[in-house]
Ligand binder design. Structure first.
Ligand code: SF4
Ligand code: SF4
Length: 191
């Protein structure tokens, strides 16, 4: 986090580095190889729709729901206070199919509902994340990945690259507040 005064939106501190950090998303989805932490409520929702998910799995995935998730653990960065990681099956997230597509998103697309209706919010947010109450850049995970954002060639910032995701995460009103904060912050940098 830098020295600029923090802004709180929907209870989260906004790290203003998201407005300047250059990011280019052009790999084939390496982030999905490592799985994701879901909120306990998201875990319950996915298990509740298991009968719809299973027909979308391929031979590289497991239809055994006990293999989909790791044991729950306490984590205050999750709404319910409990996080549940997705398991790794055949060296990729249990929900990643052999073509590099997320089964949860495929299901939503087929049902004609919002594409991220079943997708864990941390999947939607990455390469951003919520860490200790702040919306910030998941730079540790970005650095760990071999292909993620290596040698970004465009001037696109992570905020611009994740605009649709941030709007989904915050909702229209709070996203507009975030955009105002961005303009204010960038004007101060220019001054
Ligand atoms: S976020 Fe990173 S790892 Fe994931 S698809 Fe984009 S560039 Fe690849
Ligand atoms: S749940 Fe879907 S988007 Fe999230 S890591 Fe797994 S395959 Fe990727």
């Amino acid at each position: 986090m830098n020295e600029y005064p923090a802004k709180i939106i929907k209870g989260l501190k906004i790290d203003p580095q998201i407005f300047t950090f250059r990011f280019s998303c052009k790999c084939s989805g390496e982030c999905c190889l490592y799985g994701v932490f879901t909120d306990f409520k998201e875990f319950e929702k996915i298990i509740s729709i298991k009968d719809k998910v299973i027909p979308f799995l391929d031979e590289t995935q497991s239809a055994d729901t006990k293999k989909w998730f790791e044991p729950p653990e306490e984590d205050e960065d999750f709404e319910s206070g409990v996080a549940v990681g997705t398991n790794i099956v055949n060296s990729k997230c249990a929900f990643l199919d052999k073509n590099g597509l997320c089964t949860l998103q495929k299901l939503a697309d087929t049902e004609g509902i919002h594409k991220w209706a079943y997708k864990p919010i941390y999947c939607v947010l990455f390469p951003l994340t919520v860490y200790e109450g702040s919306l910030t850049i998941d730079d540790e995970h970005i650095d760990r990945l071999k292909t993620c954002n290596k040698n970004p060639i465009s001037e696109t910032t992570i905020f611009e690259a994740c605009r649709e995701e941030l709007r989904h995460f915050f909702g229209e009103e709070a996203f507009n507040e975030l955009e105002l904060y961005k303009d204010e912050y960038l004007n101060i940098l220019k001054a």
